[in-house]
Design a protein around this ligand. Structure first.
Ligand code: FES
Length: 181
């Protein structure tokens, strides 16, 4: 696996979250450290394991903080600036805390004309998020708009975490949310 930016960067976020600072508790200790060491045996260099190491960090914490990036940089022998460059390139890494279920709705033109904005509105209302990029008070949901998800013939496509859902309408939003309680 390459550790540099590539065309797999995915959809660009249209909206950001908010700043958040908590004391960083190291992630790569105990079991997680063991898993990392096992992972490293499968890569030619420590640095090549950057993407999966960041993924482990995000799995453990739900997002990738500056302090988390610094920890990854230390364990892999990289500079924090390099790690940050990679994190900011890939939209799969959350640079702010997000809800348990991260909902991405395509609102690019072809989906827009098919009513994507109404889908976004339904998600914002029914999750209680109210606004894009804001996590619901119960910590369950964050909704964002993204650029083309590559399923323009199935408006409106929505990603919930790593699940890809097609042909979502305002009428089916409630069903989707039931599956991701
Ligand atoms: S424009 Fe929405 S998936 Fe392509």
């Amino acid at each position: 696996m390459s550790h540099g930016p590539s065309a797999t960067g995915g959809a660009a976020l249209k909206t950001g979250g908010h700043g958040h600072h908590e004391k960083h508790v190291p992630v790569f200790v105990g079991e997680t450290e063991k898993r990392l060491q096992e992972l490293l045996t499968r890569y030619p260099t420590k640095q090549a394991a950057l993407l999966p190491a960041l993924w482990m960090l995000q799995e453990a914490r739900g997002w990738v903080s500056e302090e988390g990036m610094a920890e990854v940089a230390t364990v892999l022998g990289l500079t924090p600036a390099y790690v940050k460059g990679v994190v900011t390139f890939y939209t799969m890494y959350h640079q702010h805390p997000v809800g348990k279920h991260f909902i991405q709705v395509c609102t690019t033109s072809p989906c827009h004309v098919c009513g994507a904005e109404d889908v976004v509105k339904a998600f914002l209302e029914q999750t209680g998020c109210g606004e894009l990029g804001v996590t619901s008070a119960d910590g369950k949901y964050t909704v964002i708009e993204v650029e083309c998800l590559g399923a323009c013939g199935f408006a409106t496509p929505v990603m919930v975490n790593s699940d890809f859902l097609e042909s979502i309408t305002p009428a089916t939003v409630a069903d989707v949310l039931k599956r991701y309680g």
